[in-house]
Every structure is written in C-alpha cells, then in structure tokens.
Write a new protein. Structure first.
Length: 486
C-alpha cells in the first residue's frame, strides 16, 4: 500500500502526476484542504484561486509532455520571500497588508520550474527568533506536540512539512533558521553556502548572513528544491557566479573513507543528555556506513553568540530603517509632526524583539561604540571562519547537534531573549563563516520531540552534505516517521 499523498517523497508525487494518478490541480487541492483543516497556524496567507491557477498551468505543461522534478509539485514559501498575489508580511504588523509588485528570484525560479505555490508560511518577525513566537500572526504549533514551539524563524515552513501541509518549503537562515526548526520538527533542512541562493526579494534581516534554504522530508526532496532555488542572479551583488549543480550528485556514493570532525565545543556541558544520546546514535550509524569520526576543535564557538548578536542587529537596524511609514508599511493613524509620525509608526509596526534589535544595532554602530563592539565582532567573525578552515584541513565535514535541547514549550521562554540567543550556539558559527549546514532527523529526545543531526561542509559542498544525509536515510527511518494523526 502506498503512503498517503502528503507523506510521499516528491519523486513519487512526480510519478503520480506522470502516470495520471492525480492532476497537479488535485494534488494542490489535497494540500490546500489539509492547510484549511490544520490547527498549526503554519500559514499567514493562502489564496486557493492563485494556487489552483498555477496548478492548472502545470497540468497544461505536463500534458504538453514537459518534465521536471518540480513540475506540478506544491511548495510553500516562507513569508520572507516577496510574492505577487500573496501578501508579503515578514511576520510583521509593519507589512501586514503588503502585496509586493514583484516576485523574489527564488519564487520566480520555482514558478518557472513548474512548482505550485501553496501560500506563505508563518515566521518570526523579520526572521528574528528561534521559536516562531515573535510573529505578529501568532505562534506556530509543533505537529509532534501542540504544546511545543516548532523552532524558528522558519517555524511555519518546518511545521508545514512535518504536518503534511506541504511537501516542500523554502526557508531562510541567518543564524540557524532553516536548520533549527527542521531539527525541532523532525524534517530535513539545508542552508547552502552564503551566495548560493539569490537574496533578491528576500526581505532583508542581516544581509551578510541571510541565505535562502530548503526544507523537505528527505535529502532527495531538499536536493531537488535547492537545485531549483540556487544559481547566479545579477540582481544580488553577493550572488556567486557558479554553474548550477546537481545537488544529488553524491547520492549512492559510499561513506567509506569519509572523515567526520566532531568539534569538542559542540559536545560540552550545555548539551542536553537526550539530544546528546540521539546525536551519538546518529554518529554511530554514520560510522557503521564506513565514515570515521575525529575530534576537532572550533575554539571560538562560544564567541559566535556575542559576535552574531552584535553583527545581526547592526545590519538589521540599517535594513529596517526603510520602514518609516512613508514609502510603504504601516503608518500610525494619529500623530503630530513628521518626527512623531515616524516614531509612532515604527513603535506600532514593529514588535518587541525587532525593536530590541534595532536599539542594540543602532547602539553598536554609533560613534564611540563602533570600535568597541561592531569592529570587535567582525574580528571574531574572522576568527570563527579561520577555526573552520583549520578543521577542514583535517576532516571532510563537521557533525554535531543543531540545538542544545529539543523544542521547548510554547510560552516558556518568551520573557527571556538571552536564553533564546544562547540556544543558537551550534548554528551560528556556520552562518558567521558563510558555510553550508544541514539538519537531518536522528531520533527523539525528551517528550518524544525530534532531534536533528547537523552536518557542516566546506564552501559549496552542499552536494556532499546531501549525499551523506541520503546515505544515512538508507540505514535509518527517522525521516519517514510522522507525528500521530498527520
Ligand atoms: N535565532 C537567530 C536569531 O534570532 C537566527 C534567526 C535566523 O536565522 N533568521 O537571530
């Protein structure tokens, strides 16, 4: 008996389309119905008419004999990518009613590949957060446990895939926002090398760190999605000029001889016992497949948190200055003079975490503090990148946990921003260095909540990471597990 449609890998969905088991329209309709019936709050905007029109167009292309891995396959976009037709809110009141006049490059590319947009997924406001509780549109629930956060900031994306509301979802990762929600929702997520995926039309948070990524139910699904997202874009000056790649090129290669580095600093006191056990079991599986593990050191790991929480707010304070209530975005209804209009519009439009980061960012960039904070943070960033360079002289990839704990309870940490920041310790280093990172399901921890295993590769080694994840999936079935009732 074949799995329910919403639990099938996209290759199987493509086969179903090819063999006439269902049309793209019926497939999109299946997911739209699941979204409408869902209590996860994973979506901010759904426009069934637009979705079904795209699906009918895919059906016409299929009928004309066109093929392609994503032709007719539904995908959900994180509400950080701007879209024509659907609202583009960044999870913020500031943009609550905003409809973009153009599509982000990622959105445009996926549409050209024939993927069918299911709507926009919920996220932390301007992608700032680790729990998806900073969204103006409310928290997202974790499909494995309705009392748990889904992780963030791409929480809606990960919950949608885990909950069978979308086979694929785009995400963005500035300091962990693809990997960490993927881990907490028991799905696979990859953040590529900085510059792989165009940032054009991706609402900016911290431009030197922001990178689009892919979330799916397996390495194969992520490879197909990333393949359609990636590539040079002249409209993004930090986009890298590399030929497009087959991200499944390493599938089927044995892991014999693969050298995996385990950073001592990723397995210290801060790591929860349940997460440690699941990660160790995953590493044992990788060894049983022929890989060898070696202790390495990333001595500046702890400094990633202070460096990131200076650099990211600094860039955010600059990027978010454009939301002033004049050009677009929320404008206060009542105000006195011009300055008062700016103040009220921004005070009303931005939530507390965004305001906190604008304050911090403005402070660290101001005269007299720039050298003490911002410049120091940039130096730390270089040290962190150098640590990886030294490690990659000895090993092929690095492995470790994604998050020190499984998903915490909704509401548990909302009053404690620093506690949220500390939970980013294992994802921030790769972001600061611009390296690719992947999270794959490796079991369950406390409360039956999912645990992810992180793989970090050298620059542009996404295909290798996905190949390792694919080999891991041949030996394990964590990626095939589904939350009850989903
Ligand atoms: N949790 C981190 C933050 O709050 C990372 C977010 C992200 O990657 N977008 O900034």
């Amino acid at each position: 008996m074949s799995a329910p449609i919403h639990q099938r890998p996209i290759q199987a969905l493509a086969r179903g389309l090819r063999e006439g088991e269902f049309t793209a329209e019926a497939l999109a309709g299946h997911f739209l119905a699941r979204i409408a019936a869902s209590d996860l709050n994973a979506f901010i905007d759904v426009q069934p008419e637009l979705t079904l029109a795209q699906a009918r167009e895919a059906d016409r292309r299929l009928a004309a004999g066109e093929t392609g891995p994503l032709l007719g396959i539904p995908v959900a976009h994180k509400d950080i990518f701007v879209t024509r037709g659907w609202r583009s809110t960044a999870g913020s009141r500031m943009l609550a009613d905003y409809v973009s006049p153009f599509d982000a490059t990622v959105v445009e590319r996926l549409a050209a590949a024939g993927a069918v947009c299911l709507g926009k997924t919920n996220c932390d406001e301007f992608a700032m957060g680790s729990a998806n509780e900073n969204s103006y549109f409310g928290a997202v629930r974790n499909p494995w446990d309705r009392n748990a956060i889904p992780g963030g900031s791409s929480g809606g994306a990960a919950a949608a895939v885990a909950g069978g509301l979308a086979p694929l979802a785009t995400g963005t990762d500035t300091g962990g926002s693809v990997r960490q929600p993927a881990a907490m929702c028991g799905v696979t997520g990859i953040k590529p090398t900085y510059g792989r995926v165009s940032r054009y039309g991706m609402i900016a948070f911290a431009s030197s760190l922001d990178q689009g990524g892919a979330i799916g139910r397996s390495a194969g699904d992520c490879a197909a999605l990333l393949g359609a997202m990636a590539g040079f874009d002249g409209r993004d000056s930090t986009s890298t000029e590399r030929p497009t790649e087959d991200f499944s090129a390493w599938f089927g290669r044995p892991l014999e001889g693969l050298r995996i580095g385990l950073p001592r600093e990723f397995f210290g006191d801060g790591l929860g016992d349940d997460v440690r056990a699941a990660v160790e079991a995953g590493l044992e599986t990788l060894r049983s497949l022929g890989a060898s593990t070696h202790e390495v050191s990333l001595p500046d790991t702890e400094l990633a948190i202070p460096a990131y929480y200076v650099i990211a707010p600094a860039e955010a304070s600059s990027n978010l200055s454009r939301f002033d209530g004049v050009r677009y975005g929320h404008r206060a209804e009542h105000y006195g003079d011009l300055a008062d209009m700016y103040e009220r519009s921004r005070a009303e439009g931005f939530g507390p975490e965004v305001q906190r980061r604008i304050l911090v960012g403005t402070y660290v960039l101001s005269h007299g503090y720039y050298d003490a904070y911002y410049l120091q943070a940039q130096k730390l960033r270089r040290l962190i990148a150098n640590d990886f360079r030294a490690a990659f002289a000895k090993v092929d990839v690095i492995a470790g946990p994604v998050s020190p704990t499984v998903a915490w309870n909704l509401g548990e940490r909302t009053d404690d921003p620093v506690r949220n920041y500390l939970a980013d310790v294992y994802t921030l280093p790769a972001s600061l260095a611009g390296l690719p990172g992947l999270s794959m399901p490796t079991g369950f921890g406390a409360g039956g909540r999912p645990v992810g295993l992180q793989l970090i590769g050298n620059y542009f080694e996404e295909a290798r990471l996905l190949g390792i994840a694919h080999a891991f999936e041949q030996r394990t079935d964590w990626h095939r597990r589904n939350p009850d009732g989903e």
